[in-house]
Design a protein around this ligand. Structure first.
Ligand SMILES: NC(=O)c1ccc[n+]([C@@H]2O[C@H](COP(=O)([O-])OP(=O)(O)OC[C@H]3O[C@@H](n4cnc5c(N)ncnc54)[C@H](OP(=O)(O)O)[C@@H]3O)[C@@H](O)[C@H]2O)c1
Length: 300
């Protein structure tokens, strides 16, 4: 595993592993055969631009998105654009596959589609009916086999995290839960009240999904306050929306983009981070108030 350049905003996982604070989402990819070529090309372009964290799931396109990631990565590795250790691949297991036997079978299918011996981070997509203790034991077995390096969860609120961390091994810095991936955008800030501080106290980075509100914080559709802050910096609303999340600290945002112009624009948010000043923060807080009380965890 290589360390990203120091100047780049990063998150630190328990145990000390560092990755860029921007990763690439892949939801809605791999759903049709006709789009496959363009999607693979988009992921190759993303790797060329510098994206190194890729988020996918067995659910996306029922395995199709993992196949797109696998094909793009295989091409990039073969051409020498990236080395395997330069890339951090995240996938997720359906809750109804999160039993001990189900995990073995699901992870094997994901590894095959991704064309990887080892998945870097494997998340329980959301809580289902399999007891958490069984899922944690199954994930530990996948680690022992070398099929996954780290594991984590998604769509867990504070009470779920408390329950998880009471389980044997879940709080271990190197082999325990590495992250919780949840809905978090400038327009949906509920996690700032309790979940984000809870995770920060335990050194767990939060992975923010839908960080640009599925496009609602982009371009002319973006709320005026966001557009004003962006104009002040010669930036775009999406760049400000992403930079504002990263500025909270301990957050990795994973915007999805299938268009190369979007991939380039979003990557530049990393450079904007430090430029947002107190006036910008105040303007954004007025338009998108910080939560003052507990809010139900947002989900898609
Ligand atoms: N764990 C979970 O339960 C969960 C749930 C939802 C999502 N996720 C993950 O999080 C990722 C991100 O969430 P998301 O895909 O739902 O929403 P998102 O990243 O907030 O928004 C994606 C949409 O925004 C557009 N977009 C991206 N950059 C843009 C730009 N610069 N200007 C204008 N439009 C832009 C994309 O268009 P193009 O594609 O056309 O470029 C796409 O339609 C997912 O892809 C997935 O990997 C996880």
């Amino acid at each position: 595993m290589r360390t990203p350049p120091d100047a780049m905003p990063q998150v630190v996982f328990p145990g000390g592993e560092r990755w860029p604070a921007l990763g690439l989402g892949t939801w809605r990819m791999g759903e049709t055969r006709t789009a496959r070529g363009a999607e693979v090309a988009a992921l190759r372009a993303a790797l060329d631009i510098g994206w190194r964290v890729i988020d996918t799931a067995e659910m996306y396109g029922e395995g199709g998105a993992e196949e797109v990631v696998g094909e793009a990565l295989a091409g990039a590795l073969a051409s020498g654009t990236v080395a395997r250790d330069d890339v951090f691949v995240v996938s997720k297991v359906y809750p109804h596959h999160a039993s001990r036997a189900g995990l073995l079978a699901a992870c094997e299918r994901s590894r095959r589609r991704l064309r990887l011996d080892t998945i870097d981070l494997y998340l329980l997509h959301w809580r289902g009916s399999v007891p958490l203790a069984e899922t944690v034991a199954g994930l530990a077995e996948l680690q022992r086999r070398g099929w996954i390096r780290r594991w984590g969860v998604s769509n867990f609120d504070v009470d779920d995290m408390e329950e998880l961390f009471a389980l044997r091994g879940a709080a271990d810095a190197n082999l325990g839960c590495a992250t919780n991936q949840v809905y978090y955008s400038l327009a949906t800030r509920g996690v700032e009240f309790d979940l984000l501080p809870w995770m920060r106290e335990r050194g767990l980075p939060l992975m923010a999904y839908c960080p640009i509100g599925q496009g609602a914080l982009a371009g002319a559709k973006a709320p005026p306050a966001l557009r004003n802050v962006a104009a002040r910096h010669g930036a775009t609303p999406v760049q400000v929306a992403l930079a504002a999340l990263l500025a909270e600290g301990g957050v990795m945002a994973i915007p999805k983009a299938a268009r190369e112009t979007h991939l380039r624009e979003n990557w530049q948010a990393l450079a904007l981070g430090g430029a947002l000043d107190a006036d910008d923060r105040a303007a954004l807080d007025r338009a998108f108030p910080r939560p003052e009380r507990k809010q139900p965890l947002a989900m898609t």
